[in-house]
Structure formats: structure tokens, C-alpha cells
Design a protein around this ligand. Sequence first.
Ligand code: UVW
Length: 311
Amino acid sequence: MNAAALIERVSNWGRFGPDDQLGTVNHITAAKRIEAAGLVRTGEVYSLAVDFEPDTPQFKASYRLNPQRSMVATGTDVRAGRQAAFGLAGHGFADDMVVMSLQAATQWDALAHCFHDYHMYNGRPCELVGAKGAAFNDIANLRDRVFTRGVLADVAGYLGVDALAADHHITVAELEATLAAQNVVVGTGDALIIRTGHLARIRREDAWDQFVEADEPGLGWDALPWLRDRDVAAVAADNWAFEVIPSRHELGLPFHAVGIVYLGLLIGEIFHLEDLAEACRGDGRYDFCFTAPPLPFAGAVGSPINPLAIR
Ligand code: UVW
């Protein structure tokens, strides 16, 4: 399917009204949130975030800055008498600050993150994202929205490998076979989370130079109509850009150019999935309560997150 046909097939522009800034997250209804809460059985919680640290996952050459956190007040200051809060010796505070690209680590892409044909989601012109940030489709729109049923598709596990090959294109057939083997279905409003094993391999091999803007396994463009037909609310994976690179499509990053821009799809990247996958394998239950609110930075085109799978 060429780009024009794919856009025509999956576009949600206008579907939720001309002023909509939520896209596929509209499919997370109150009933869906109640369903998600009902999936909590044992109370175990899995964080799907990588550690936010100064040297990874972005590689040196990346234009994205890993979290650089510094202390601006410490206990050593208190000990040295440089701080005496409210005049009381031995009493004081520790504070810190961080500088980072919002896209550096585990994150959501806002619907203002990507443009195609000079437009972003819901037909808004690209100039609405300027020096002060996004006047439309910013990530803060989702501050109270991302709480739903999560489904893990452990494609690497299904195919019996630790990690898929670096350019492995996950087809719809492979996705469906994985879900069938796991005895789970994906439906309206779900967050579909794909495990490729890629991030774990990069970490194991300390191969961060192969992580950013490099070949990676991921879902192929042919899954976009599949997601549209099921009204999936969000997708995420344990790789850099969510989607397979190279794309084997005329568009280099079709999930970005068509998924974000036309479908209005919420895409999560750099998810840590190893612990969750092990738990799901352990009891054969691949759906869970999933929550991952973005930080409500006004005008931001993405947000760091600490997604939680609650079983
Ligand atoms: C790009 O912006 C190209 O990638 P990502 O969405 O992975 O941050």
C-alpha cells in the first residue's frame, strides 16, 4: 500500500471533532478504565521505564541529551554548616535539578512530535509548533488520560529468541500468532506493548552505538490498518522508535508519518519489558492494568514517563 492509500485507510482526522487533540486516546473511556482496574489481581507492579541516567540510552552522537541531573543543595552542605534551615543547625534540605531531552529515555511522543505534508494530527499546520512549543496537540493534553488495559505481545518470546534480529519486521501474521499463543486479544482502547528484546540486547552487549537511528526490530507499517480496525489507544515497544528500521516502505518511519500524524496514535518508546515479560510468562496472563501519565509540560512535544503495569 503506498503512502496515500495508507493515509486514506487509517486517518482519524475529523473523526473526534475538528478541535480534537487526543487522537486514539479517545478510545480510553471511563468504562475502559474500570475494566483496566479490574485486571489487578495480585497487586504486583512492574515499572516499564529505563533508569534515567546521564550516559544512556542516547549515544554520544545523538542530538538528544540523556538526563543530566545535578544537586543544588545537599546533606554535605548541611554538615559543613553551609545550610541551616530556619536558623536550626543540622536541619536542611537536599534539592536537585535535571536537564534532558524529553525524548531521551522512556517516553511518549505527543501528537505534535511529527509532521507530514506540513501538517500534524487533525490537519493543523506545522507552524503551530514554534519556538515556545506546541500550540496544538501538546503532551499535556494527555495528563489524565493514560490509564487503560495493557496487553503485552512478547514477539521475541513467541519466536523463541532473546532478541529479534536488528532489522526484523514484525508482520501482522506474527503479531496475531503471538497473541493467539498467549491466549489474549487486543481490543478498543487497549495499549499494545511489543517486546522485541532489542533494548535488553543492547544493554547486555553495551552496544548503545547501535540503538539510536540504527536498524531495529519493530512492528511493520502493515500493522497500521490492523491497529485502526481495532481502535487501539496506544502502542509502545522496547526499542528506539517503536517501529522497524528500515521500514520497507516509501516512508522511512511510517508509524511516525502516518501513525502519529493521521491516525493520531500515541507511541511509546524505550520501554523496559524484561521483568514484565517474565511475570507474564510465569502465569500465562498477558493483560494488566496499565498507566503512564505524561508530565504536564505545557507546549511539550513529548514526555518522559514511568509506565506501570499492575497485575
Ligand atoms: C524520532 O523522532 C525520529 O524518533 P522518536 O519518535 O523515536 O523519538
